[in-house]
Design a protein around this ligand. Structure first.
Ligand code: GKR
Ligand code: MG
Length: 418
């Protein structure tokens, strides 16, 4: 049995006006849905980024995969590397500057290949990855300061989350997240307001949710000196501090005085970054993301490397739908040293592209969907509808700064802000 067809479909789904250091989310988030079909009619699924550059890479690689055996991940890797002109690189050291584009393309197809392997053998992906290390994967409540509605959407009903620009509104957002999904830990997306205001929000959350692990993530929005000034204020508040500053060298500086573990999904984002990360002792928790680390097996390898160097591993997220959540949950269930509740934007998304609609996070966690492979199937009507959104939404590359200039014309989106 061989691969007979590979399809990549661009989609767009509604996204609320969530604020971050760069600006604000646009009304539409972009993704791609990957279908790898075998000559006996089985379909493996993947989900990846939906920006033009990713689509061009995926569409260029897709026809070169026809004829492959879905178990042959080494040939898949070479086919992906060939697109980037480095077919021979499979035997080489990872580049120190990272390899995000090719690792992302590899991940998009690798997940679909693993889904197929599961469907062909009648086994869930977590078994293909070595079996369960845990029954359920924990996720955290991912809080955002946000506007009540998008500027360009005067006729669109405000989302049920409402505005979150004050401490009280943020506590209400957290309460809603915890009530709906049972989350047992909380992450605050920061870098939006003056850091002291955001620390006050953390304090309000601490008061409202005693005993909940809290994290704050300003996405590199602070300077080393700002982070130094804030550090004493985090005492008793934080589980870890995520990406306070914007480069690996600066994280290394912060690590020298930090009283908390430092986590990242910004400065150590590829295998080639690990030697320098270790040399600087810059990071204590790597927030993996299979979409750009190279797939589910790469995520496991990263977790293994984490054990070598005493670095914790958890998971990062961006706006995504259920195929990604299923993949995250399968790999999370198969990683023994996953030590923290993972991030997910999933509660912020109303749309879904899998049959049965949205998966249900309960008690702050999710079990891998049952059944062979990822355990999810495509809802073709929804796929067509979300593709039509993509065709008409006018967005081809995420640009939070451009969106923010609609509210604040002089917005630069530059970092560090504070
Ligand atoms: O969705 O605004 C956002 C986040 O800031 C996202 O873009 C980040 O990649 O969630 C991410 C993070 O943890 O840094
Ligand atoms: Mg982050």
């Amino acid at each position: 049995m061989r691969i007979a067809d590979v399809r990549v479909t661009a989609i767009a789904f509604r996204d609320p006006p969530l604020l971050n250091v760069s600006g604000v989310h646009e009304p539409w988030a972009l993704r791609s849905i990957i279908e790898v079909e075998t000559d006996n009619g089985l379909v493996g699924l993947g989900e990846s980024y939906g920006e033009d550059e990713t689509l061009a890479n995926l569409n260029a690689i897709a026809p070169t995969l026809v004829g492959l055996d879905p178990f042959d991940l080494n040939t898949l890797t070479r086919a992906v590397y060939a697109r980037f002109g480095d077919e021979g690189d499979v035997q080489k050291t990872f580049p120190p500057q990272g390899d995000k584009a090719r690792a992302s393309a590899l991940a998009a197809f690798e997940v679909a290949f693993l889904d197929l392997q599961g469907r062909l053998t009648g086994r869930p992906v977590y078994e293909i990855l070595g079996g369960l290390a845990r029954e359920r994967v924990s996720y955290s409540a991912y809080l955002f300061y946000k506007f009540a509605r998008h500027r360009d959407d005067p006729g669109y009903a405000p989302d049920p989350w409402g505005e979150a620009l004050t401490h009280e509104q943020m506590v209400a957002q957290a309460r809603r997240m915890v009530d709906l999904y049972g989350f047992g830990s909380i992450k605050l997306k920061a870098g939006v307001f003056e850091p002291d205001f955001e620390v006050e929000t953390l304090r309000a959350l601490r008061e409202a949710f005693p005993g909940y692990p809290l994290r704050i993530d300003p996405n590199g929005g602070w300077t080393v000196e700002t982070t130094r000034r804030l550090m004493p204020k985090f005492a008793g508040l934080l589980e870890y501090l995520e990406d306070p500053v914007n480069s690996l060298a600066e994280m290394g500086e912060v690590a020298k005085f930090s009283t908390h573990p430092l986590a990242t999904n910004m400065v150590t984002i590829a295998f080639g970054h690990i030697p320098e990360t270790v040399r600087l002792n810059a990071v204590q928790v790597i927030l993996s993301d299979h979409h750009y680390w190279g797939g589910l097996r790469a995520t496991q390898q990263l977790a293994h490397i984490g054990r070598v160097f005493g670095i914790g591993v958890s998971m990062h997220s961006n706006s995504h739908l259920g195929i990604s959540l299923a993949a995250m949950t399968h790999v999370g269930a198969a990683i023994p040293n996953l030590a923290y509740a993972c991030d997910t934007h999933y509660p912020w998304q109303e749309d879904e592209v899998i049959e049965g609609g949205k998966m249900r996070i309960e008690n702050g966690s999710l079990a891998p969907p049952p059944g062979p492979g990822l355990g999810v199937t495509l809802d073709r009507r929804e796929l067509a509808r979300l593709h039509e959104n993509w065709r008409t939404c006018g967005i081809r590359k995420r640009d939070d700064a451009k969106e923010m200039r609609k509210y604040q014309p002089d917005w630069s989106g530059r970092r560090p802000r504070f």
